[in-house]
Design a protein around this ligand. Structure first.
Ligand code: AHM
Ligand code: MG
Length: 352
């Protein structure tokens, strides 16, 4: 009997079988217990992404899905209903995972413990449930950012001191982008991979493997409305891109969307500090460190301007950092303006 020959459609079938769970296990080249845990955690993240994507896609038709709750979060920001919905989705999904003992998010002052998971659940999930929430009510792209760290010690006293470590301790980092399609991008320290949600299958299917960021790109992405509040170095960098051909400004107001463009096409995203708020707006543990982990894996860089984001050790859970991320050459250019200014400052302070 002749050997079986797959039909012409086999390529598409094969591609559709590259699900997230299978990919994680292939990446880890193991069926050991940690590999099984990470695969299960990724599956839960995917479920959270699907639930949030579904809610977002119908939000305009559902009572009380859009708009503000009237509350203010720990960051002093007005809370949107969608922030709370998405925050609760992650809690519910991970309650049932058995693997996560503790969750910490932008929307919660203190970490949230799931005591029944703690004897076996040795992982902590850090996340920003809806990043870019000012886009929600006008149907523009938003995202969720996630990071998984191994829990150390018993820490049931809400201190979460073991989380105050550098970004290289992350086991998994990634985001879900809710755009024209829903895309999940993740890394476990073995490259960066993107999965697109196929709504007809209800599965995230591999759409780009081993993504690398070009060494230079045309995009600079920054809120120039803050120009007069920045340090001179950042103002000089923007003046530089205004005067040189080949740069385009792109800024959506959602970090995940802006970062996704940079990751795929190169360039630089900046959220610098201001003279009054030198630490900037974005939070280290669940916004900047996970994206820094991804860009590092993709061959780019993330910096505060003077330090690699992955080396920053926070002193508190909701710590903010200035953030410059993207292609290596573009980051080096921004840093050169910062170094130049600090040299000039030192010279004016040094007596002749
Ligand atoms: P959020 O997580 O509360 O939505 O805040 C973070 C967002 C980022 O997505 C985005 O890059 C930035 O805030 C936009 O801030 P601004 O409006 O100051 O430019
Ligand atoms: Mg955010």
């Amino acid at each position: 009997m002749a050997d079986y020959q797959p039909a012409d459609t086999a390529f598409a079938v094969d591609r559709d079988c590259k699900t997230l769970a299978r990919h994680v296990l292939e990446q880890l080249q193991s069926f050991g217990s940690e590999a099984q845990d990470i695969s299960a955690l990724m599956n839960r993240l995917a479920l959270a992404g699907k639930l949030i994507a579904r809610h977002l896609s119908r939000a305009g038709l559902v009572e009380e899905a859009l708009g503000f709750t009237g509350e203010t979060n720990v960051q002093g920001e007005a809370v949107k209903r969608m922030d709370i919905y998405a925050n609760d989705v992650f809690i519910s999904v991970f309650k049932q995972s058995g693997l996560v003992c503790r969750l910490a998010s932008e929307e919660m002052d203190k970490p949230y413990y799931i005591p029944e998971n703690c004897p076996i659940g040795r992982y902590t999930l850090l996340y920003d449930p809806i990043d870019g929430s000012s886009n929600v009510d006008i149907d523009l792209s938003v995202g969720s950012i996630f990071s998984i760290r191994r829990q150390q010690g018993d820490d049931l006293d809400q201190d979460a001191k073991d989380l105050l470590q550098d970004g290289r301790q992350q086991l998994v980092a990634g985001y879900i982008l809710y755009g024209p399609s829903t895309i999940l991008v993740y890394s476990i320290g073995r490259g960066v991979h993107a999965f697109t949600l196929d709504p007809s299958l209800g599965e995230f299917i591999l759409s780009a493997e081993n993504i690398t960021v070009p060494p230079h790109g045309p995009t600079y992405s920054v809120n120039e409305g803050n120009f007069w509040q920045w340090e001179d170095a950042i103002r000089d960098f923007t003046r530089y891109v205004h005067r040189h051909e080949g740069y385009s400004a792109r800024y959506t107001g959602a970090l995940v969307a802006d970062f996704h463009r940079i990751l795929m096409q190169g360039g630089v995203f900046l959220y610098p500090g201001t003279v009054k708020k030198p630490e900037g707006k974005l939070r280290l543990l669940y916004e900047t460190a996970p994206l820094a982990f991804l860009i590092d894996q993709a061959g780019g860089r993330a910096s505060t301007g003077t330090q690699d984001i992955l080396d920053v050790i926070p002193t508190e859970l909701h710590q903010r950092t200035p953030f410059i991320i993207g292609s290596t050459e573009d980051i080096a250019l921004v840093e050169s303006f910062i170094q130049d200014h600090s040299r000039r400052l030192q010279n004016t302070m040094t007596p002749n």
